[in-house]
Design a protein around this ligand. Structure first.
Ligand SMILES: C[S@@+](CC[C@H](N)C(=O)[O-])C[C@H]1O[C@@H](n2cnc3c(N)ncnc32)[C@H](O)[C@@H]1O
Ligand SMILES: Nc1nc2[nH]cc(C(=O)O)c2c(=O)[nH]1
Ligand code: SF4
Ligand SMILES: [Mg+2]
Length: 263
């Protein structure tokens, strides 16, 4: 399971930096996606990604990474602050990105959060396995329909197509995640054409993993960064979930707050 080398975000790490991570945003909200949708949670969004999905709703962690370098202590303190602020009582933390698992130091952060008693979810594209205290691996493998072709590239002219294609699926890493952690496989669905690839990939993961992957651990999530886009996509994706026997997940935060930052 290769740890990808595309950690542009670490390039501006201060020379004398203590253990830490490039952080794009840190906020308190409701988990909007997946089995824990609706649960008050603090989000830590790391910067930098080894993929470039054309639809990425976190553009400033992937296509144009921006962030502040934060030490692990500083992140843990900020999480505690957000968890207690605004009458919040969050005991769930979601570590997301960008791709949080490209960073070695995400393990130290998860160890500290676990020791402090938080339930930890990691939102990951499933291309990198790490051994860490993860209570829910929220794995979102990327389908062919995520590839930033020249027509869909939000920034350039399709320069990322080959790297994205080479890296987007690593069955060995997916099986290791499924075997080690409680896992949900959460696919971004753009239309009916995605379902054949989802079925094939779930089958490959089942063959490679030791544990069982139930259909109820496979979630279909409509593509959409905005309410307007979800209005176009959610009904068809809900019907596909019904037809195939997979679970549907809404994007609660988009329904509630559209594409506002820090939600
Ligand atoms: C920004 S990603 C960060 C974590 C990791 N890089 C990943 O892709 O799983 C967080 C979640 O948002 C999903 N996502 C990103 N853009 C989306 C979009 N336009 N519509 C629906 N889901 C999207 C991803 O699939 C993932 O489940
Ligand atoms: N409310 C809310 N829930 C989320 N679940 C996963 C998110 C992510 O960006 O990884 C996310 C997010 O950005 N906001
Ligand atoms: S893998 Fe996640 S963070 Fe990276 S580009 Fe795709 S959606 Fe964005
Ligand atoms: Mg998000």
């Amino acid at each position: 399971m290769p740890v990808n080398d595309a950690v542009e975000a670490a390039a501006d790490r201060p020379a004398d930096a203590e253990a830490g991570l490039p952080v794009n945003e840190l906020f308190y909200s409701l988990q909007g996606e997946g089995k824990l949708a609706g649960v008050p949670s603090v989000f830590v969004r790391t910067s930098g990604c080894n993929l470039r999905c054309w639809f990425c709703d976190s553009y400033h962690t992937s296509w144009e990474p921006t962030h502040a370098w934060m030490g692990i202590d500083e992140i843990v303190d900020a999480v505690a602050d957000r968890a207690a602020a605004d009458h919040g009582r969050a005991d769930h933390v979601v570590v997301t990105g960008g791709e949080p698992m490209i960073h070695d130091e995400v393990v130290a952060l998860l160890e500290r959060l676990d020791a402090a008693g938080y339930h930890t979810t990691v939102e990951t594209n499933g291309t990198v396995y790490r051994d860490a205290p993860i209570d829910l691996a929220s794995v979102s493998p990327k389908l062919a329909s995520s590839t930033p072709t020249a027509e869909r590239d939000p920034k350039g002219d399709g320069e990322w197509v080959d790297r994205h294609e080479d890296r987007r699926v690593d069955v060995e890493a997916l099986a290791a995640l499924v075997d080690a952690y409680e896992t949900q496989l959460k696919f971004v669905v753009t239309g009916r054409d995605d379902l054949a690839e989802i079925e094939r990939l779930v089958e490959r993961v089942r063959e490679a993993a030791t544990v069982t992957v139930a259909d109820s651990d496979v979630l279909l999530m409509p593509e959409g960064q905005t309410r307007e886009r979800l209005d176009e996509t959610r009904e068809a994706v809900a019907e596909l979930a019904t037809e195939y026997g997979y679970r549907y997940t809404p994007r609660l935060h988009v329904d509630l707050w559209n594409d506002a930052p820090g939600t």
